[in-house]
Write a protein that binds this ligand. Structure first.
Ligand code: 5AD
Ligand code: SF4
Length: 446
């Protein structure tokens, strides 16, 4: 979501004469788009700001100004505190008000900075109405369809920083999708903090769910692959599950975070379902789409997590068998209920558990990648590889695949025979390009 937002901010600032730079040295403006999800991410910005300040001061000596803006969820959560800790920051702007960044920049450039310029309002009208058309230009693009969250998991800042659930309208999303495809996109990932809770206004005046939206977008000619992230297990309704069986463009790979395998911890997290419910959702999806693979997020060391609770997580991971996963030590976030819970877990135990879990996840990822050996897989090539004569692409399962090829395949789908599987990437040989039978070649179940 932050990648998407950063792109939009760059588009918003372009009419003022700004263009993206490779780094911030000699830059007229620096926007730090920040993440508040864990303490580590949030704290990182102050050390980064310290480095940017040095550049600002260096430029000042030669008579040039640098405007520094802090955007994103740390801006939303910490507000004026940012000016207190880093008084050289000019602008603080939240994730729901960054469409007003050009106005703030104009004011800052006019020297109207009084105690810093700040805009953290959640506007009445969605910011999306004020965002410029996407430039696109990449083979794979993000499209934000939903924002905010009403779930209030007890560990999570998102409902506070991004605000209440909001869905963009179907025609607005469709227009953006068309534009992206017109500009070369073949794969679109629909984004939202709780994306499968999508409930946007359809062109028929009805409220559309995610399944209906996906089927509608799939009709865009030239669009080859659709993905969506991130989903909550509770919102995996039967229509969406059925879409995985019916809609060829919907990739057989789903990021479906469960966070923990322990019912006690799931309850304390306010996830509103138990581990068996999650197992059933996975089972239904596998019945509907046998070649589907999954990824998940896990938190270890949530308050009150016992060895038995952690074991339940390991067991769930073993049962499901993931293609990849993200895992984190629980990080207490100010203002969230879990931060005030008794029985916080010592960091050493969190670290130990994380290591055990990550070893298991790495092993599963290796096994999944090895199961692709000798298979013919459809790869969407989007860039050159590290070495000369090498091109890189993504499988349906988000694996990076590199192939030797003299031709530039960027923006092409091709069948590749996988000849090598590593921990996190694959290599193979080009078989053919073209469209024929492409959906029969996603992956064989072995
Ligand atoms: N501590 C650790 N991990 C967290 N996540 C969200 N909040 C926290 C937290 N306080 C993780 C969850 C979520 C992912 C985006 O970040 O696993 O799915
Ligand atoms: Fe945070 Fe996701 Fe829970 Fe919403 S569903 S509160 S975004 S973890």
């Amino acid at each position: 979501m932050n990648v998407y937002d950063s792109g939009k901010m760059a588009d918003l600032l372009a009419p003022l004469g700004f263009a993206e730079a490779l780094d911030y040295s000699d830059s007229d403006m620096v926007v730090l788009n920040t993440c508040h999800i864990r303490e580590k991410a949030a704290e990182k910005i102050y050390s980064e700001l310290g480095r940017i300040r040095q550049e600002k001061e260096r430029m000042k000596k030669s008579g040039r100004e640098m405007i520094i803006a802090v955007a994103g969820c740390v801006a939303q959560a910490e507000g004026h505190e940012i000016f207190a800790r880093a008084p050289f920051v000019d602008i603080v702007v939240g994730p729901q008000s960054y469409h007003r960044l050009p106005d703030l920049v104009k004011k800052a450039a006019n020297g109207k900075r009084v105690n810093g310029l700040i805009d953290l309002e959640f506007p009445e009208i969605s910011k999306f109405d004020s965002l410029p058309e996407p430039k696109g230009g990449n083979v794979s693009e993000f499209l934000s369809i939903q924002e905010g969250c009403d779930q209030f998991c007890t560990f999570c800042v998102v409902p506070y920083t991004r605000g209440a659930e909001y869905s963009r309208s179907v025609p607005e999303i469709h227009r953006e999708g068309l534009k992206l495809v017109e500009n070369g996109a073949m794969e679109i990932t629909l984004l939202g903090q709780n994306v499968n809770a999508y409930h946007g206004a359809g062109p028929d005046g009805e409220v559309w769910n995610l399944a209906k939206l996906i089927k509608h977008l799939a009709k865009i000619p030239g669009l080859k692959r659709i993905r969506y992230t991130t989903s909550h297990p509770l919102d995996m309704d039967d229509e969406l599950i059925a879409a995985h069986g019916a809609e060829e463009k919907l990739m057989p790979f789903l990021h479906l975070p469960v966070q923990s395998g322990s019912d006690k911890i799931l309850k304390a997290m306010n996830r509103k379902h138990d581990a068996d419910y999650y197992r059933k959702v996975i089972e239904k999806l596998r019945r509907t789409r046998p070649d589907i693979a999954f990824s998940s997020d896990f938190i270890v060391g949530f308050p009150g997590e016992s060895d038995a609770d952690f074991l339940a997580t390991l067991n769930l991971v073993k049962e499901v068998g993931y293609a990849q996963c993200y895992s984190f030590k629980y990080s207490p976030r100010p203002g969230t209920p879990a931060a005030d819970m008794d029985s916080q877990i010592p960091d050493e135990i969190k670290s130990e558990r994380l290591q055990v879990l990550q070893e298991l996840i790495a092993e599963q990822q290796r096994k999944f990648n090895e199961s692709c050996l000798a298979q013919e897989m459809e790869i969407l090539f989007d860039r050159k590889g590290k070495y000369a004569g090498q091109i890189m692409g993504k499988s349906a399962y988000m694996q990076s695949v590199h192939v030797n090829s003299a031709e530039d395949y960027a923006g092409r789908l091709a069948l590749v025979k996988i000849t090598m599987a590593r921990g996190s990437s694959l290599a193979g040989k080009m078989i053919e390009t073209g469209e024929e039978n492409r959906y029969n070649h996603i992956r064989k179940i072995v």
